[in-house]
Design a protein around this ligand. Sequence first.
Ligand code: TRH
Length: 381
Amino acid sequence: MRTTWDIFCNVVDNYGDIGIAWRLARGLAGEHGQPVRLWVDDLNTFQRIWPAVDAAAAEQSCEGVTVCAWRTPFAAAAPAQVVIEAFGCALPETYLAAMGEASPPPVWINLEYLSAEPWVAEHHGLPSPHPRLPLTKYFFFPGYTPATGGLLAEADLAARRAAFAAGGMPAFWRRIGLDAPHPDELRVSLFAYENPALPALLDAWAADPRPVTCLVPEGRVIPQLAAWLSVPTLQAGASHRRGALQLHILPFLDQDAYDHLLWACDLNFVRGEDSCVRAQWAARPLVWQAYPQADAVHWDKTHALLMHYTEGLDDAAARAVVGMWRHWNGMPEADDLAACWTAWRAQQAAIEAHAAGWCDRLGHAGRLTDKLVDFVENKLK
Ligand code: TRH
């Protein structure tokens, strides 16, 4: 069924809001053939993850999606049949009023943040009538089980990843200016918020008995790395050795190239929401840093995903994963980070095998775009 869609994205901070909204828009347009308008209030941030975007254009076509600058005051626009508010961003008042006058009213959906917490399934799909207007907003929760809205993933993701593993890696390493890894080497990508645990992790890597190469796309963690290295600044292209650790700073990559980095590395440190999911789809070990929230709410999220993720791992490997994730999220942990890293290294083979199996299991939750299209079709009946 061809339905028109408007997706609204308010970039609060970082890249997750637009990263997810863009992935959703691309999926609906490219895989489901839906006409999609994506309204974004910060095209400069969008351009960093998708350089083809013209940050000055009021309207442009990108990958089959009509990308519109969301400006204030909001230009008059007839509402689409489906309106998606990403992460509770308030819709423009004039647009909302026009939705209230449309007949039939649009299907209005609030796309929520992803969490592995059990309450998500109970809240997924719940309606909330508007207090004044003849409109109902539905809460659509992504999640890790079939009773939730599922996870964002392209239908050909596994095939592209397999093709990359079969022949794409050498070109990728050349593209980012590196040789292929030595057989003994551990390649790690690091995408993180400022983190008090970082110096201890770098110390552990520098003391590792085998070579560790850490690849860091430019971002918030750079000042901490520079301080640890005792250098004034770090820019893309910089490379420094300390003991067993070789650190390379990469330019910020486009969203597809970042996937390639995740697919190519042996271990990925990821953060927030979208990079965490992509690292899981990479079928490689990961360490997740949850987006820090007041009152340590993010610890509940970290704990919930850890419980889910470590199912099926033997005790020693599960303890190694839990130890690293807890340290990385500032949660109380009995062993110091160096001991946790040694334990992780000892369990690496089991953790790698688990990551591949986990990636297969993730598919059981369903693909978010498919579930969203089904949900909307039911509401439009
Ligand atoms: O950037 P984030 O920290 O975004 C966060 C989270 O989504 C968080 O849950 C949310 O509440 C907050 O924003 C407002 O992390 P996330 O979600 O992983 O998004 C990063 C995006 O950037 C993702 O789409 C991958 C992309 N990316 C690139 O395109 N190139 C890169 O080089 C890197 C490192 C990331």
